[in-house]
Design a protein around this ligand. Structure first.
Ligand SMILES: [Zn+2]
Length: 109
């Protein structure tokens, strides 16, 4: 894996990141009791909650343990002269679990 990301690829990643964050901001706003009518909240929840659940399920499916208890989704890292893989549950699964349990923790940072 190259150490530097080409500028065009970096820009593509930035746009994708912004689009996803923009989508999440919009869903959050459209389901906010303070800013939105109940009927709109219900409509948005019906269409977007399944999409959000699918996103989390897909992420969890990718970050599952292999027969050795190591994460299949996390990229191996070079440690002390060999590739090492994350033990499961990896930081991605641990973070998702923590934010599902306590979503307010995301905004404490
Ligand atoms: Zn992982």
């Amino acid at each position: 894996m190259p150490k530097t990301v080409p500028p065009a690829l970096s820009r593509a990643h930035e746009l994708l990141h912004q689009e996803m964050l923009g989508y999440l901001d919009e869903v959050e706003l459209l389901t906010s009791e303070a800013d939105t009518e109940d009927e709109t909240i219900l409509d948005v929840a019906r269409t977007e909650v399944p999409r959000l659940v699918a996103a989390v399920r897909g992420m969890l499916r990718d970050h599952r343990a292999d027969v050795f208890g190591l994460c299949l989704g996390c990229a191996p890292t070079w440690v002390d002269g060999h590739f090492a893989r994350e033990p499961w549950p990896c930081p991605v699964v641990g973070g998702a679990h923590e934010y599902l349990r306590r979503p307010e923790k995301l905004y404490e940072r």
